[in-house]
Design a protein around this ligand. Structure first.
Ligand code: SAH
Length: 267
């Protein structure tokens, strides 16, 4: 079995604000310690990569802050999840650079800045204020599982769906040692959403399509927010934010982005 890259690192302190507290519909209480461990179980001991990941992660956070990410909860989550565990060992030295990286099957792990920006946008939804933590979140495009792990720090339940079996399996392998009981990985076509987990407080897509599928709108809770890359009339890709309010949908188009395509069906 392929060895995951490992640093002489620890996951950073537990912040009760940012950690999942309760599971919806369950009596189980998940403490910060049980969801994000100070020493992830099942990890190999340091292999002498020559880089302390907590230091490079701290540098990544500084960069994110300088780029305008000012949501402390998002920064905390980005600081907790060890991105190097989600990339191939050959790319481990680039794991904390603000760049997307190949994860196999022609797909990429999103740039840290884009992950942080999209999650911060979700948390700014007017309908989600006062909740403390997002309830159910649906991610379309699990890829290697990195963003799902970050989402697990800011949401009670994370449903993440991937259409490529190889990547779904890889994400499972990456996330298993982190023991994140609030992350549910699904193999399937995310263009259909995932009705079993609906309604969602938030929906986030890591792949860009021509339009936002109706299923996502249908599965969004009233008060919820959807953030996705989509094609604009000029043929470019841009982030779209859709709020489902009691009065109807409110849509805004934000900055240009560059995501892998949203495709239908499974493979
Ligand atoms: N979330 C990842 C990014 C993965 S890239 C991260 O943390 O960095 C986007 C992923 O979307 C790819 O793995 C691609 O296979 C997947 N994808 C594209 N169309 C999809 C669909 N209809 N349903 C589910 N996943 C899809």
């Amino acid at each position: 079995m392929k060895q995951r890259p490992s640093f002489p690192a620890r996951l950073d302190s537990d912040n009760p604000q940012a950690a999942p507290k309760t599971l919806l519909g369950a009596t189980r209480v998940v403490t910060a310690q049980s969801s994000v461990r100070s020493k992830p179980a099942g990890m190999a001991s340091p292999t002498g990569v020559g880089l302390d990941s907590s230091t490079v992660r701290a540098r990544m956070l500084q960069k994110l802050a300088s780029q305008g990410i000012d949501d402390a909860v998002v920064l905390e989550a980005m600081g907790r999840v060890e991105r190097h565990r989600f990339v191939d060992s050959a790319l481990v030295n680039q794991a904390y650079e603000d760049t997307s990286l190949p994860i196999g099957l022609g797909q990429t792990i999103s740039k840290p800045n884009v992950v942080a920006r999209m999650i911060a946008l979700l948390r700014q939804a007017p309908g989600l204020q006062g909740e403390g933590m997002m309830r159910r979140v649906l991610e379309i495009g699990t890829g290697c599982g990195y963003q799902a792990a970050v989402l697990s720090c800011v949401a009670r339940e994370v449903y993440s769906i991937e259409r490529l079996r190889g990547l779904h399996d890889k994400a499972r392998e990456n996330i298993r040692p982190m023991r994140l009981p609030n992350v549910h990985l699904i193999f399937g076509d995310g263009m259909l959403g995932f009705a079993q987990g609906a309604p969602y407080s938030a929906i986030i897509s890591a792949a860009g399509g021509e339009n936002v599928p109706q299923a996502w709108i249908d599965q969004l809770a009233v008060g919820g927010r959807l953030v996705a890359p989509t094609h604009t009339s000029s043929g470019q890709q841009a982030l779209v934010v859709i709020d489902k309010t009691p009065q109807g949908l409110q849509q805004s188009l934000l900055e240009a982005v560059n995501f892998v395509p949203l495709k239908s069906g499974i493979a």
